[in-house]
Ligand binder design. Structure first.
Ligand SMILES: Cc1cc2nc3c(=O)[nH]c(=O)nc-3n(C[C@H](O)[C@H](O)[C@H](O)COP(=O)(O)OP(=O)(O)OC[C@H]3O[C@@H](n4cnc5c(N)ncnc54)[C@H](O)[C@@H]3O)c2cc1C
Length: 386
């Protein structure tokens, strides 16, 4: 099969890697270099966890993705996934964490229910007054996101894919690529100012830009989300300190991985941000995050802020992904709607999309187009405001 993929974020680059190593003829197009910070996949780190409340399908997808990320590591010799573990702070017995525990246990995925005092041993300091228990996922952790996306694209090329730098617009079932110095990054095949790429399938995996390309068909909200990195000193280095999520307070973080500092981010929806707008300075969330840190991790009260950064979310209405054939175009497919939790699933979703492209198993109905009910539960943002 000949497949054109526009977008080399986790979704597009994973699909390119999956299809190219299965022997398909793949062209991967991106307006930027893979791993560019302007893309949603461009950050240094993203959590990988199997806990998804009671949702068996996302749970299994994350577990499958973990195996595939390990395969990518084996191909490249790079350490892309760091199993620092993830601690889920449960404030009630009947919440997301208890549902996750049941789903993980049913699928044989390691997890431990710790009483708050045991949970406190995972961190240099932990405030536990409001906790019922801690759900610990020892095999969860962090993906080195930017490096992982670059590795996916590089390995796709190693398996024969052609990587093209250029801006694409849809024209019927084709992708028209502009800017042709745009052209050949890895295949030397292109050279004109404008190229029309067609194939058995053209897959648009364009992250926050999908709404602009396909209008009402892909109603995404694009928002500005802040990541803050604090100086915790040597005690807070990861591995050693796990990632953590306070789902009901919509806040998460990690220990200090790769010397970036202790990461902490509010997972409430930020203000709208156009896909092509410059990323603003991080200026909104520091006070709220500091207040939380002082309560939850008293040793971090007053920690110096190393850096604050903004990134984009592309949110579907219900936080489910989008992966479906265009309703009117036979060979056009759309994949996206990562909704703040898509990174880890990249290679697993790619397997499913690859099967669908080749006429195999149908994609989940909830990934299709049409009306969706509001919801944000699949990212690390539960119902209460922080
Ligand atoms: C702050 C933050 C924290 C997150 N935390 C996590 C987490 O902990 N765990 C997790 O699993 N997920 C997390 N996510 C979500 C995850 O990062 C995204 O869901 C995922 O990266 C989306 O990938 P994508 O491939 O759909 O989009 P992108 O990475 O944005 O890739 C789309 C690509 O398409 C290209 N493109 C767009 N339009 C065109 C065009 N017309 N022509 C050519 N190229 C084009 C872009 O240049 C871009 O490279 C987080 C996201 C953010 C912002």
């Amino acid at each position: 099969m000949q497949i054109v993929i526009v977008g080399a974020g986790t979704f597009g680059a994973s699909l390119a890697w999956t299809l190219a190593r299965a022997g398909e003829d793949v062209t991967l197009v991106d307006q930027f270099e893979p791993g560019d910070r302007r893309a949603t996949s461009g950050g240094e780190s993203r959590l990988i966890r199997c806990a998804h409340g009671g949702d068996a399908d996302y749970t299994a997808s994350a577990r499958r993705a973990r195996a595939l990320w390990r395969e990518l590591e084996a191909e490249t010799g790079e350490a892309l996934m760091v199993e620092i573990g993830t601690a889920w702070f449960a404030r009630r017995e009947d919440g997301w964490e208890a549902a996750s525990e049941r789903a993980l246990t049913e699928q044989g995925i390691p997890c431990e229910r710790l009483d708050p005092a045991e949970g406190a041993k995972l961190f240099p300091s932990l405030g536990t007054d409001d906790l019922e228990f801690v759900l610990y996922e020892p095999e969860a952790g962090v993906l080195r996101a930017q490096r992982a996306v670059q590795a996916l694209a590089r390995q796709a090329v190693a398996h024969g894919a052609c990587l093209v730098r250029g801006h694409a617009t849809p024209d019927g079932d084709a992708a028209v690529i502009c800017g042709s110095a745009a052209a050949a990054a890895s295949c030397g095949a292109m050279g004109a100012d404008e190229e029309r790429l067609e194939g058995d399938a053209v897959v648009w995996a364009c992250g926050p830009w999908l709404g602009g390309l396909f209008g009402d068909l892909v109603p995404l909200r694009v928002t500005c989300q802040e990541l803050l990195f604090f100086d915790g000193g040597p005690a807070w280095r990861s591995p050693g300190v796990p990632a953590w999520v306070d789902f009901d307070h919509a806040i998460y973080g990690t220990g200090d991985l790769d010397g970036l500092g202790v990461k902490c981010a509010l997972d409430l929806e930020g203000p709208p941000l156009e896909p092509d707008a410059d990323l603003p300075e991080a200026s909104r969330t520091e006070a709220t995050v500091r207040e939380y840190l002082a309560r939850r991790f008293p040793a971090l009260a007053g920690a110096t802020l190393n850096e604050g950064r903004c990134c984009r979310y592309e949110l579907s209405e219900d936080s489910n992904f989008i992966a479906a054939r265009h309703p009117e175009l036979e060979r056009t497919w759309i994949v996206g709607g990562g909704s703040g939790h898509g990174f880890k699933h990249g290679p697993a979703l790619a397997e499913r999309v690859a099967d669908a492209l080749r006429g195999g198993a149908p994609l989940p109905e909830r990934f299709g187009f049409g009306a969706r009910e509001a919801g944000r539960s699949f990212r690390t943002a539960g119902s209460s405001p922080a």
